[in-house]
Design a protein around this ligand. Sequence first.
Ligand code: ZN
Length: 285
Amino acid sequence: MVFVEVSPGIFINFGKNEAPNKANGWAISNTGFIIGDESVLVIDAGPSYQYASEMIEYIKKVTNSQINYLVITHHHPDHSFGISKFLEIDTKVIISNSELKNYLKYGNKLLLQMKKKVGDDWFENTSINEFNNNKQKFPFSIDLGSRKIDINLYTDGHSGGDLTVTDKNSHIVFGGDLVFNERAPTIPHANILNWLRYLDEISNFNWSGLVPGHGPIIKKKNKLDFTKKWIQHIHYIARDAVKKGLSPAEVLELGVPEFLSSTKLAKETWNRDVPVLMKHYENDN
Ligand SMILES: [Zn+2]
């Protein structure tokens, strides 16, 4: 775990931009924290109790401020399964209502699948825990001590309720998985038309740096174009295939469209997500 201080008091551990495997222990997404005079706010808990424990150790080395807040951008396990450790140290967990529901509903099943894929050892003490988010209303602001943070909710975009975190001092925004950089976006719980709208909104903010859920920090707005292009096109392909009555196998046989194929994890993501989207759209009909 290597945290980089991208701006004074803002640290990020960049996840491995690869598929989950036995070597990375599912630590494939970015996590970070922001230090104020009194409080630390953590963005995403990582995939396991072990990951979260290491993160907390690290934070304690760089600051005496209390780890009072943890924002979970959405329920996907690479972002949320470290929650159990933060609950132990009484950190207040901020998550949208829909994503808390999804975390509790799918958590144990996902945890079993993950253990099977990359080994039990990575997930020792990792558990899915009930906790109260007090039905938090969004947006709202938190003062960490000479440091104001805005938390925004984007309903039914990439997930049921993605949260973003904006540091008002530095104008750095943590976009969660609404934003991907240099790898294929994942869409299993997405409403793509809303998501495209949200990306335009986020793009128009006056940020100095945009931290994606996966991939390097974004400094220029045109870096968002790839995520847009990918989700627009996969949406179009899946809809069109359903309209024409094609099977997923027939669509996948055509491969990843050339203009999308050079990004990391393109093939795996395309092959997994096209059938998922087609199923959604079949059910819509
Ligand atoms: Zn993710």
